[in-house]
Design a binder for this molecule. Structure first.
Ligand SMILES: Nc1ncnc2c1ncn2[C@@H]1O[C@H](COP(=O)(O)OP(=O)(O)OP(=O)(O)O)[C@@H](O)[C@H]1O
Ligand SMILES: [Mg+2]
Length: 273
C-alpha cells in the first residue's frame, strides 16, 4: 500500500514537559527504510523523544520532518492525519483485554475503514501469521505470555502497513530466546516491508547487534552519537565505552544499613508474632 520511504529528520529540537526541558537542541536523522535503534541510559529522554515524534507532546522549538514534511508546522488536524501512517508497538503491547487477538489486530482497520467483517478478520489472521500467532487469534491477551503479547502488539502496529514503525523496548522483559525471536520478527517485517522506516528504543545491546542499521545514542537529552553500529563499536568516547562495555562504577551508596533500628524492631515483632 505505502511504497513511500520516509526519512525522519530532527532539527534543533527542544521539548519536554512544561518548563522541564528534556531534549535540548537535539538533532538527528533516521534514514528511510532502515532500522534505527535509540540507546541511552535511563532518564536520558528516549521515551520523551518517541512521544515528540508521535505528536503526543509538542516541542517548544525545532523541526521534525517526516519525508520532508515538518510536523511542527502542521495543525493538529493535519498531524492526526499523518499519524495514521505510524505503527506503534508500545512497551507491553497495549492490547485491549476485552478483545481477542484477532479483534485487537483488526482494531486500526475497524476504526478507520468500513470493510466487511470477513475481510477484517482475514487481514488480522494474515498479520497474526506473520508474527506466528494465527493459532491464537481467538485467545484473549490475558491468556498469553508477555512475549506473545508483544508479538501481537507488533501485528497490530503493522496491520495498516505503515511507512513508519515505532517500537518502545520490544525485547525488554523477554528471555534471551524470545528476545531473539522478537529481533528476528523485526527483521522479517523489514524484509516484508522494505520501505518501512523503523525506530526502536532499546536497552538491549544484543538487539542492536542483530537488527540495527543506524544507531542514535542520547545523553542527557542531547545526541551523543549517530552512525552505524560499526562506528559505535569503534568509538573511544568514555560515555559510549561505559555504555557498551557495561562498566561498573564504584558504589556510591552508604555502607550503613538502610533501616532505622525502630523499624527493624517493629518488623521483628511482626515476624515473631
Ligand atoms: N510525564 C512527565 N512529566 C514530567 N517529566 C517527565 C515525564 N515523563 C518523563 N519525564 C522526565 O523526563 C526525563 C526523561 O524521561 P524519559 O521517560 O524520556 O526517559 P527514558 O530515556 O525513556 O528512560 P528509561 O530508559 O528509564 O525509559 C526524566 O527526567 C523524567 O523525569
Ligand atoms: Mg523510556
Amino acid at each position: 500500500m505505502n511504497k513511500e520511504a520516509w526519512d525522519i529528520s530532527i532539527e534543533s529540537l527542544n521539548g519536554g514537559y512544561g518548563s522541564h526541558l528534556v531534549l535540548r537542541d537535539f538533532s538527528a536523522v533516521m534514514p528511510a527504510g532502515t532500522i534505527t535503534t535509540i540507546l541511552g541510559e535511563s532518564g536520558c529522554g528516549k521515551t520523551t523523544l518517541l512521544r515528540l515524534l508521535l505528536g503526543l507532546n509538542r516541542p517548544q522549538s525545532g523541526r521534525i520532518l517526516f519525508g520532508g514534511r515538518d510536523v511542527c508546522a502542521m495543525s493538529d488536524r493535519q498531524f492526526h492525519k499523518l499519524r495514521r501512517r505510524f505503527g506503534v508497538l508500545f512497551q507491553d503491547g497495549a492490547l485491549l483485554s476485552s478483545l481477542t487477538l484477532a479483534e485487537n489486530v483488526a482494531l486500526p482497520l475497524v476504526e478507520h475503514t468500513r470493510l466487511p467483517r470477513k475481510v477484517l478478520r482475514d487481514a488480522a489472521l494474515r498479520t497474526l501469521e506473520l508474527v506466528g500467532l494465527d493459532k491464537f487469534a481467538d485467545f484473549y491477551p490475558g491468556e498469553l505470555s508477555g512475549g506473545m503479547r508483544k508479538r501481537a502488539g507488533l501485528a497490530r502496529a503493522i496491520v495498516t502497513e505503515p511507512p513508519v514503525l515505532f517500537c518502545d523496548e520490544p525485547t525488554s522483559g523477554l528471555d534471551p530466546i524470545t528476545a531473539a525471536q522478537m529481533d528476528q520478527l523485526l527483521l522479517d517485517m523489514k524484509a516484508c516491508y522494505p520501505h518501512m522506516t523503523t525506530v526502536v528504543v532499546t536497552h538491549d545491546l544484543g538487539s542492536v547487534e542483530h537488527i540495527a542499521e543506524h544507531v542514535l545514542v542520547l545523553k542527557e537529552g542531547r545526541s551523543a552519537f549517530s552512525g552505524s553500529k560499526e562506528e559505535l563499536y569503534a568509538a573511544d568516547d568514555p560515555y559510549l565505552r561505559r555504555f557498551l562495555d557495561r562498566k561498573y562504577e564504584e558504589s556510591r551508596r552508604m555502607a550503613a544499613p538502610p533501616l532505622d533500628s525502630s523499624v527493624r524492631e517493629a518488623l521483628s515483632e511482626w515476624l515473631d508474632d
